[in-house]
Design a protein around this ligand. Structure first.
Ligand code: NAI
Length: 502
């Protein structure tokens, strides 16, 4: 239990409010749950009771725990019932004026020591607090859906929020067994901002015809070790919700091109293809639908012995060198290269295979990033347009002989997994650069808020800041778009690492 807080009030008994009330009650707090709509709070409590009944049946909690929790939750139809609360968490409709009006009423009703928190995901906490006589007592407590299950809560500091109030909010969240991360009231906070490239880069690859939805999802899950690919995840979240978040972050950052929404997603929303909930999104969820097949390259058995050599610095992809299992020669040369029958196979750094082939005067096949080349059952590659069919087939055949399913992409800078990671790392650093969150909190947020296999900061550190910078610069040179501009903090980290300081 948090020492300063005993009584909690939750305003709004919808999806989030009901979940937050459950979290507070099961953590030992007395909870008042209020909703403007008559009977809504009681309805939410009945739903919670039914859910807890299932947990009792499964032996996850005892009958006594269930009863204690429900006894701690009081459903109210009168706002004045929240007067004794030490902490009020608002989870009502996402509208600034309505939230401000509620907060003004709460300030009049509650004791002066109350902490007023909003669960908003897209409205500025600073704006909500500006309606108050004591804006220093207002913070954001941004839970994720479903609140009882999701571990992360973003504790949002508005410009006027007092430091001790932010710290008390954080301790309260931790007393509920959640991971609390502190963020400034910037659009998208941590998760909804840093995650944008995960969707945006998938959508862009699709729009450019580099691969199909199921191919991109497979690369991100098998090679990238993400729980879900961008398209399955967008279908699960709902395109109306995901598109609205992208648009709100884009507008809030004065139409910064880095957050540009996708026309493909807009069209899905216009069609009413909202994802799982409407039965159709990128995938078809109707009963008789079959899952689309991943575009795996057909077998390319090559009837010659491969001439193989591995050279260069493979610290970008040590698991590749290990998986190939050849001795590395010529480690002085910085460019990592596996030569298969005279074709240079190289990990991508966001140049194109055709560009490299032209420079090196040799056929080139680029390989996408795999978190672990040994265990991934797929490998994505992009051949240079100059390669003959036989040259590319030799590389495909070699990977197939080593047990991989090969996905052949168009010659696209950065391919899929590598490019997405580069942009996630750059975005995370840019947020830190704006003092939006600490390096450590960004990693916690992305791992526990959206279940990323690694935090973007630890991933950047392990892949090497200079390589990340080089990759983003290559994208920028290729597209001449400000979307691919390196964060100043990435530049600083790359410089420090070159000087051996990081
Ligand atoms: P919801 O529509 O399920 O529930 C909102 C509830 O608030 C309704 O029961 C409504 O009757 C009640 N309400 C509306 N105006 C009220 C007022 N003035 N006083 C008292 N009750 C009022 O909405 P949901 O999804 O629970 O979202 C609530 C808040 O949480 C929003 O600010 C949303 O942005 C935020 N949020 C939502 C997430 C989600 O995945 N649904 C995730 C994280 C934050």
């Amino acid at each position: 239990m948090s020492t300063d807080i005993k009584n909690v009030a939750v305003i709004g008994a919808g999806t989030m409010g009901a979940g937050i009330a459950q979290v507070a009650a099961q953590s030992g707090y007395q909870v008042v749950l209020f909703d403007l709509e008559k009977g809504k709070a009681a309805e939410a409590k009945a739903t919670i009771a039914a859910r807890l009944g299932k947990s009792v049946a499964k032996g996850k909690i005892s009958q006594e725990q269930k009863e204690t929790l429900l006894e701690a939750m009081f459903c109210s139809e009168t706002l004045a019932d929240v007067a004794e609360a030490d902490l009020v968490i608002e989870a009502i409709v996402e509208n600034l004026e309505i939230k401000q009006s509620l907060f003004r009423q709460l300030e009049d009703l509650c004791k002066p020591s109350v902490i007023l928190a909003t669960n908003t995901s897209s409205i500025s906490v600073t704006s909500i607090a500006s309606a108050l006589a004591r804006p220093e007592r207002c913070i954001g407590l941004h839970f994720f859906n479903p609140a009882p299950l999701m571990k992360l809560v973003e504790v949002v500091r508005g410009i006027a929020s007092a430091t001790d109030i932010v710290e008390t909010g954080k301790s309260w969240v931790e007393s509920c067994g959640k991971h609390a991360v502190i963020t400034r009231s910037l659009p998208g906070f941590i998760v909804n901002r840093v995650a944008r490239p995960f969707y945006a880069e998938g959508l862009r690859a699709l729009e450019c015809g580099v691969a199909e939805v199921q191919d991109i999802d497979t690369i991100m899950t098998q090679a990238g070790q993400f729980n879900m690919g961008p398209f399955e995840l967008m279908d699960l979240i709902g395109h109306d919700v995901n598109y609205a978040v992208t648009k709100s972050v884009f507008d809030a950052y004065y139409q910064d091109k880095r957050f540009l929404p996708s026309l493909v997603q807009k069209e899905l929303v216009e069609a009413g293809f909202l994802g799982r909930k409407s039965g159709r999104g990128f995938y078809d969820y109707s009963a008789d639908a079959t899952k689309p097949e991943v575009n795996i390259a057909p077998s390319c058995s090559v009837n010659v012995d491969w001439t193989l050599s591995l050279s260069g610095d493979w610290s970008q992809a040590p698991t590749f060198a290990k998986w190939v299992g050849l001795p590395i020669t010529n480690t002085q040369s910085t460019q990592p290269c596996l030569e298969v029958n005279g074709v240079r196979v190289m990990p991508t750094q966001c140049e194109t295979a055709s560009q490299l082939s032209y420079q090196l005067e040799q056929p080139v096949v680029l390989v996408d990033y795999c978190q672990d080349y040994g265990s991934s059952d797929v490998i994505a590659i992009a051949p240079a347009i100059q390669n003959t069919e036989e040259q590319t087939k030799a590389v495909i055949g070699y990977f197939q002989a080593k047990g991989k399913r090969v996905i052949v992409l168009d010659d696209y800078p950065g391919l899929i997994a590598w490019r997405t990671w580069m942009m996630l790392i750059n975005e995370a650093l840019d947020l830190v650069n704006q003092k939006g969150a600490s390096l450590a909190d960004v990693d916690v947020a992305m791992k526990s808020g959206v279940n990323y296999p690694f935090g973007p900061i630890e991933q950047g550190q392990s892949l090497g800041w200079s390589r990340v910078l080089q990759s983003i610069e290559n994208l920028q040179a290729f597209y001449c778009e400000e979307r691919y501009r390196p964060s100043p903090l990435l530049r600083r980290f790359a410089l420090q690492s070159q000087r051996g300081e990081k």
